[in-house]
Design a protein around this ligand. Sequence first.
Ligand code: KG4
Ligand code: ZN
Length: 340
Amino acid sequence: TASPVVLGVESSCDETGFGIVSDGVLLGQGLASSAAQHADFGGVVPEIAARAHLEAVVPTLRIALDDAGVELSDISHVAVTSGPGLATAVHVGLAAAKSIAWSLGAPLYGVHHLAGHAAADTLEHGPLPERSIVLIVSGGHTSILAIGDLVRDPIEHLGDTLDDAAGEAFDKVARLLGLGYPGGPAISRAAVDGDPTAYSFPRAMLRPKDAPYTFSFSGLKTAVARTVETLERAGEPVPVADIAASFEQAVVDVLVTKSLRAVRERALDTLVIVGGVAANARLRAVAQEKCEAAGITLRIPPPRLCTDNGAMIAAVGDLLVRSGAEPSGLRIAADPSAVL
Ligand code: KG4
Ligand code: ZN
């Protein structure tokens, strides 16, 4: 029988993504973003995101089909993000995916957005090892997971964040430094010229008595805010580059320390880092250096597959199809607060 040709649809936040995957290979993708429309608000406005998805679905699907060199009729299966995400945004992708699946008579699979982030790496580096530690760092999540077969085995949650997600911390600190949304890339750009040791911002949850895999970033954000306030009150200039670099270094230190700890304590040999924050150059460099020193294999997808996209959803769909999983069917509902 012919290989499945799986269309993935992603619309959980401000990215409209379509990707086409066959036998673990990314054939092509299309991506549209409404990020610029949210810039003035310092974060994603759900109604604006939903409207932008509605405008983008057809042209972005067209781009993905052209990029892959396939016709819509070549699609054999459809996978779509059913959650977690902004309900109004998820609904648009679900409606589009249902329409496509129904008109093609193709089976439809609901995909967890975070499983998508993890699967993104397989498009670059091939199947995941039998077991690995996965650090998911995005705008909504910061989790350390122990993962086996992505679609068959239960996922083990080692730890999450108590408050802000890492990406959320980047976005909030960018806002208070006047750098705009999305904050991650903005902080990263500002930090290039900064001294990461200029300010010693707190590294939370790293004491021996703290939960080993639990994160907290709200204290860090508050520490940056206090630093900026103090400088402004004293009428001194705010060294944005130094603050951005020092903040970024604090986040990276905690993420890398805890992830490597999980790999070591589970006696595994592979760390996978995924999600929007995995696009961060300092995180990639520090993780690479620390993993090399510890003899740990580090897998991070290229930046364009770290941030939200449709290819990662197609990658999960492709794994589901090939594992013989039951389709979700056309009645699938959005699950905005889905847990993995
Ligand atoms: O995975 P993602 O695209 O969407 C969610 O599922 O949340 O992640 C978006 C988050 C945002 O908070 C954004 O600021 C952050 O990822 N981000 C970055 C970088 N690029 C995106 N954070 C740090 N450095 C980056 N280069
Ligand atoms: Zn995401």
